[in-house]
Design a protein around this ligand. Structure first.
Ligand SMILES: [Fe+2]
Ligand SMILES: [Fe+2]
Length: 172
């Protein structure tokens, strides 16, 4: 293959991938990855901040990113994993639900605390640790289940369902 044809081929496949995404054919795992990166960045900023106003603003941002993400993920990803055959998949699915619950409770607690106090900083640290741990396991165990059991086409359908489910979540 000449250099020119390989470049043409590569360009064609990149353009193909872009147009597929534009049609809403994105793999759910790509959407989840982008949302995980976003929330982990916000948590990193939160634990590093010494400014009460900034801390409050970051908590609000984390809440509006995390609550719809976890609820929609439960409906679309975790319920699909729980429906798979095998005890291990069911344990992993239940573990995810429990960790989402713990993160949600810690976030509620953090939201009520006065910012820039030792209590607030402790809760922020616990939330970050919980979420970092959860994301690490989710991206390895749960995503492996999703990749092994659902085709690219099914994952694109899951992506559309995930985006729709997110819109229905009340942040509270
Ligand atoms: Fe997630
Ligand atoms: Fe999750």
């Amino acid at each position: 293959m000449t250099i020119r044809t390989s470049i043409e081929k590569a360009t064609k496949s990149v353009l193909g991938a872009i147009s597929l995404q534009a049609e809403g054919e994105r793999d759910i795992l790509d959407t989840l990855q982008a949302e995980h990166d976003e929330v982990q960045e916000l948590l990193e900023k939160l634990v590093k901040s010494d400014n009460g106003r900034e801390q409050k603003a970051l908590v609000a941002k984390i809440k509006s990113a995390l609550v719809p993400h976890t609820k929609a993920e439960e409906r679309v990803v975790y319920d699909a994993v729980l429906a798979l055959k095998g005890a291990d998949a069911k344990v992993e699915g239940n573990e995810g639900y429990i960790e989402h619950g713990l993160a949600g409770e810690t976030l509620k607690k953090l939201d009520k605390l006065t910012s820039n106090t030792p209590q607030f900083k402790a809760a922020a640290k616990v939330l970050k640790e919980l979420i970092d741990h959860h994301i690490k396991e989710e991206e390895s165990n749960i995503w492996a289940r999703v990749k092994d059991n659902f085709s690219g086409e099914q994952r694109a359908v899951m992506n559309r369902n995930f985006l729709l489910a997110k819109k229905k979540v009340k942040i509270g």
